[in-house]
Design a protein around this ligand. Sequence first.
Ligand code: NAD
Length: 354
Amino acid sequence: MEHFNIAVIAGDGVGPEVIEEGKKVFSGISRIDGNFSVSFTDFPWGCEYYLKTGEMMPADGMDLLRGFDAVYLGAVGYPGVPDHISLGGLLLRIRRGFDEYINLRPIRLLKGAPCPLADVRPEDVNMIVVRENSEGEYANVGARLYSDTEREVAFQTAVFSRHGCERVIRYAFELARHEKRSLTSISKGNALRYSMVFWDEVFAEIGQEYPDVETHSLLVDAASMFFVKDPKRFEIVVTSNLFGDILTDLGAAIAGGMGLAAGANLNPERKYPSMFEPIHGSAPDIAGKGIANPLASIWSVSQMLEFLGEREWSQRLLSAIEILLMERRILTADLGGSAKTADIGAAVLEILGR
Ligand SMILES: NC(=O)c1ccc[n+]([C@@H]2O[C@H](COP(=O)([O-])OP(=O)(O)OC[C@H]3O[C@@H](n4cnc5c(N)ncnc54)[C@H](O)[C@@H]3O)[C@@H](O)[C@H]2O)c1
């Protein structure tokens, strides 16, 4: 029998609340299936850990995670610890350390999910954003000079390497070819004349190898407008780290809200574990109340199942989420219901068991 060993970093705020539901669903699916099993190993890392120890994760943290089949992460960041410390000391450290250079974010309006756009049908919002996840604007390069003087200067350097651009763009082309869908590159070559002109050149170069893939290129400002005005023009999207970060929050807003948006951090070569997470943060405003929506975390389980080779379960789980949304019986407050976080995992499993 196949066994999956999953490392769990539930993290801060609503992280532990939503992750609990995802674990319930993953374990429940393994029981229904009977041909694979799953075990979870919890790591208590995050802001509370930082306040006790001075670090977000221990020095040998990456070694501890290395042997797992996947990492399942809740959310990191909490008032009291500066966000650049919490993000840099845990999330970005894992993404970079395990070379998870693909951030895959499905933006799909499931039937029954709320959409703030007028006259939009579920099939109009159905894209996959491939976000560069290892360098770009989030490369850890910069300096602060002359601190606390009138001459104070801050430098934040974006890094666009040929290796980094080629691998994420090639991944997106392969995905578009496999899915038989168009590919849109989003950049900003008119203003960022070094990094983004280079990105556009690499996109055009790699495109020569994929004459069967329909391609489009958009500036990020125009793309933001089209995400709202005409989302159906986007099928597969490839973009940089910063633009992908912002655009996928916009994408989450048009596809059911933050409680429904999942993201996978992939090391496609499988040299290191990949990491699966809801894209929302620790939501300090609702933490501890038991009302956070865990569907994004449960969607992450669907992504994890697909990556682990359980494609049919991945699809069935997504359909179960869709049925839950359409039935409208058991939903959390952000989706107009009155259910608690802890009710949702069981409700999804009940649908899967029908
Ligand atoms: N991947 C991550 O771990 C990640 C991502 C974003 C922000 N953060 C961190 O989280 C903290 C809070 O950030 P923020 O407030 O900007 O973003 P956030 O995503 O935590 O919250 C934004 C809004 O969305 C709501 N929300 C988020 N998740 C929800 C859910 N599951 N169900 C219902 N409502 C939900 C919150 O209540 C809040 O009103 C910060 O420390 C930030 O750095 C972490």
